[in-house]
Design a protein around this ligand. Sequence first.
Ligand code: ASP
Ligand code: MG
Length: 415
Amino acid sequence: MLIANQGITVQKYGGSSLSSPEKICRVARKIAGLRSTGRPVVVVVSATGNTTSELVGRAKRVSSTPSRRELDMLLSSGERVSMALLAMAIQEEGREAISLTGPQSGIVTDSTHANATIREVRPDRVLRELDAGRVVIVAGYQGASPEGEVTTLGRGGSDTTAVALAGALEAEVCEIYSDVDGVYTADPRNVENVRHLSRVDSAVMTEYARRGAGVLHAPCLDLARREGIAVRAGATFGGDARTWISCGAELEYTGLDEGGSPRIAGVASRGRCIRVHATRGGARSRGAIVEALRRHNVVPESLRPDDDRVDVLIGTEEAPDAEGLLADIRRRLDGVAVVSDSLASVSVVASKHGDRDELADRVDDVLRRVGADTFSRHDRPLSITRSVAAEQRLPAILALHEALVESHAAVLAAR
Ligand code: ASP
Ligand code: MG
């Protein structure tokens, strides 16, 4: 292979950047411009606009419990539409381009339909196409199991396709483009005075995404951390703001003087969680819970093999077949566990290992002050999480952000 190690650029474009023919053509011009500098380019695409959700809706209209295998066949088609349209638009710009599905690109996953994990990437075909001078467009969010079955990687999974390919192609950076210009201290749709992050460590960002940052697919960050790939998240059209995510990066808020080092990466939240709380049964019920979660690839990292006490919280976004998971858990754990699916979660994600107990106390103080009852506590080295009633979610997010991010940022800025 001639091309390997020649600084391959890997980019990923989200569905909102490809939601009209005009946008597809704009992205194609951007890629053609980059290609004209001589760089080999691989582009991963999501399904356009709301395609994936619309396809889920169509499945639900013909079946109340669609099979996960057939859902994968259906949903993987969304990214195929994008890849072919983008390849055509790049060809229209006078550049050679070819689109490839996940399986054609050598993305090998486990066999967990609807929430598969990438096991391996065999990039030979992609490298051959790059060698032939083509821009390679890859359908994100999908792969094939060792049995040759089409699988999907969970909602938002195209990010993970991009990072996995960047790793296999030995790219140092994976560029992720969407309609937002990176990562903020909270979701800007919920909170007014958010801070933009210019830099964040990949372990911290993994934690932030897992707790519900709402940007970037958590497994993609975990993979980037393990493979030592930097992720650059920015807006597709306009705006120079970017968030750099890399191993060991000191947290930086955009616009704050150097030297002020923020303690909180952000306030994250998940709108609907499944909580499984074993009330008795010890190791046996624990085994049954782990087995049910494993079948859906959602075993929380906090669940240790030697831990008898099980109290886990899983965001329904992590489990694309949340209803199936719930039914599974309820069937297996009748009488030994309390299972609920109506709670929300709020989390504060710390920038590094600090005094977790102190942070937990502050979080509890703030929640008490806004009258948000806490149902369960789930603390990790980098995050403090509380489950709360759905209607308390927004007031809790706002109060936590104000107390822990805005006031601290004001102190740093005044220095
Ligand atoms: N199209 C899939 C989804 O909407 C995957 C992705 O966009 O990354 O979840
Ligand atoms: Mg996404």
